[in-house]
Design a binder for this molecule. Structure first.
Ligand SMILES: [Zn+2]
Length: 179
């Protein structure tokens, strides 16, 4: 399936540019196999026959498999965010490394954090969609699914951008934690 390449806008922030560049590289390298790779990955992780509301984010995406994998963990609240590490007795500072203002949880890191909100705002502005991502996780998921569903180019690009944005936030967070 060929996906139309959208030019990188001049005003895009560095992260949006990174996401779009990653998509272009991915398109060039793996276009023929990506659907089956992602589908394989998904089915191995979740097993056949289990229906989840966010299935549309997992399939027919041109995001890199590693980004889809991190998104899968994020959607399942399985990423090792600091709240989970603390519950298991790890001695870590609870603060979010991206804003230093609140404790790090899945919902904070990917939805409420001022750092991430700027990213969603940037993406929403660029894709000319509502940046009202809601105040809780369910509302955030509803926003994402509304934009991800369908066969339009716009929905295809959103599916890629969502996974790559989640991946970019997680990588940035890890760099700050481990540095
Ligand atoms: Zn934060």
């Amino acid at each position: 399936m060929e996906v139309q390449v959208m030019p990188i806008p001049q005003h895009a922030c560095w992260m949006t540019r990174k996401i779009l560049e990653a998509r272009m590289v991915w398109n060039n390298c793996q276009l023929m196999n990506q659907q089956s790779i992602t589908r394989d990955l998904y089915l191995r992780l979740i097993g056949d026959g289990i229906r989840v509301p966010w299935k549309c984010l997992m399939f027919s995406t041109t995001a890199q498999p590693k980004a889809v994998f991190i998104m899968w963990l994020q959607l399942h609240a399985k990423l090792l965010t600091k709240d989970r590490l603390l519950k298991w007795g790890s001695k870590v500072e609870p603060q979010c490394m991206l804003c230093q203002n609140e404790d790090e949880t899945r919902d904070h890191l990917f939805m409420k954090c001022s750092y991430t909100r700027r990213l969603w705002d940037e993406i929403a502005r660029w894709m000319q969609m509502s940046s009202d991502i809601g105040g809780n996780w369910q509302q955030h998921l509803t926003w994402a699914l509304k934009n991800a569903k369908g066969k339009t180019i716009r929905a295809q690009i959103f599916r890629m951008v969502y996974a790559e944005a989640v991946y970019a936030v997680w990588i940035e967070r890890n760099q700050r934690v481990f540095e």
